[in-house]
Design a protein around this ligand. Structure first.
Ligand code: B12
Ligand code: SF4
Ligand code: SF4
Length: 306
């Protein structure tokens, strides 16, 4: 069954590994170890204590295993028109498909497993990077994002509980890619110095993604205006990475917003009052949940281009 899953996942251009649910305590220990280092800041402690959840959910099947899927994603170029001038920026990978990636994986794995009497259930609150590394699917990059051989880091991790039987096998040590031992490109390119020299855990309170995804307040003074590079999120530590060279070359999709559409976004026009074309673009790019942050983010991008 496990081979059948891996074959299906590969046919869908994804990658997967499976571990036994009996190995969950080892993952919990990994999280406890990182907590015990005393390195975690307030945000990281919050994630570890309030976002991660290791309690097995009540399901109508017996949970035997955890499937970890890497689902490739892509980078978009977005163009806006401000006072007649074209301004380009990025929509980083994993935003347009934030929900559709796990729905797609659940659908095709469900179709594969149901006839065999097996089940899956999405498990978003497990520590996905740690699971991916311990299962052997991924390795850490210095930028604290994980990488899959041949895919780079442009992917989402989808974790699922399943009743597929899985023998306990040795889990992998959490390791970094060999290249990171001598490379510092992401560290140098991080515009807010969130990536640290001495450890793989970043200072996530300085990471632009955590600051620009929501909220409407002006950005803090310590963030240089030139730091902003995406409509929300940030691509700086990923686009510079040699393992993403092909991803960047192959990410040619551009979505253009007209001057009228740009003004609607900038002036916080409610979604229901958008033109049909704008509604379609927003839905296709899965941008609806971020509309409140967009005016501030656009303003700062336009200021860079004055
Ligand atoms: C909270 C969160 C954020 C926060 C904090 C991120 C952070 N890096 O601290 C914010 C909002 C800033 C964020 C940003 C982004 N995120 Co995020 N995020 C999460 C979430 C929910 C939890 C991750 C987390 O912070 N864990 C807490 C810390 C303590 O865990 P950790 O860093 O993994 O800890 C390990 C390492 O530090 C390692 N370690 C420590 N020392 C050493 C030393 C060595 C040598 C090695 C090898 C390892 C190592 O050991 C620790 C474990 O024991 C996950 C989803 C999930 N459920 O897992 C997505 C997730 C990690 N994010 C994801 C993505 C894509 C992003 C962004 C790229 C989004 C963007 N900008 O486009 C950025 C990347 C920023 C970055 N450089 O990491 C993806 C990553 C996919 C991938 N390829 O790995 C995930 C899995 C979500 C998904 N949909 O798939 N994110
Ligand atoms: S840019 Fe260099 S150091 Fe950073 S993740 Fe990529 S290979 Fe590692
Ligand atoms: S996403 Fe941007 S701000 Fe966050 S660590 Fe990477 S380069 Fe730095």
């Amino acid at each position: 069954m496990i081979n059948l899953i891996k074959e299906k996942v590969l046919n869908m251009s994804d990658r997967a590994e499976i571990i036994s649910v009996e190995q969950l305590p080892e993952i919990i220990t990994e999280v406890k170890n990182i907590k015990d280092t005393g390195w975690l800041n307030g945000f990281q402690n919050f994630i570890v204590e309030n976002i991660y959840d290791f309690t097995l959910p009540e399901t109508d099947f017996k949970i035997n295993s955890i499937i970890i899927v890497a689902a490739p994603s892509k980078l978009f170029n977005l163009t806006f028109i401000n006072n007649g001038k074209k301004v380009s920026t990025y929509l980083p990978p994993t935003y347009y498909d934030y929900d559709s990636a796990h729905e797609r994986v659940e659908k095709y794995l469900g179709d594969l497993l149901t006839p065999h009497g097996y089940h899956i259930s999405f498990a978003p609150r497990l520590p996905r990077k740690i699971l991916a590394c311990k299962s052997g699917l991924s390795k850490y990059g210095r930028n604290n994002i994980t990488y899959v051989d041949g895919i780079g880091s442009f992917y989402q991790l989808v974790t699922l509980y399943s009743d597929i039987p899985c023998d306990k096998k040795d889990l992998f040590e959490i390791t970094e890619m060999n290249t990171c031992k001598t490379c510092t490109l992401c560290l140098q390119n991080c515009p807010t110095k969130a990536i640290l020299k001495d450890r793989y855990l970043i200072n996530n309170e300085r990471c632009l993604t955590g600051i620009n995804e929501c909220g409407t307040d002006d950005f803090p003074e310590w963030i240089d205006k030139s730091a902003h590079n995406a409509i929300y999120g940030c691509v700086k530590c990923q686009i510079v990475c040699p393992h993403n060279r092909n991803n960047v070359i192959n990410s040619k999709d551009t979505v253009e917003f007209t001057e009228e559409e740009t003004l609607s976004l900038l002036n916080s026009v409610p979604f229901d009052e958008f033109s049909e074309d704008l509604k379609e673009k927003i839905m296709e790019l899965n941008m609806k949940n971020y509309l409140s942050a967009i005016p501030r983010n656009l303003k700062v991008l336009f200021e860079q281009n004055l």
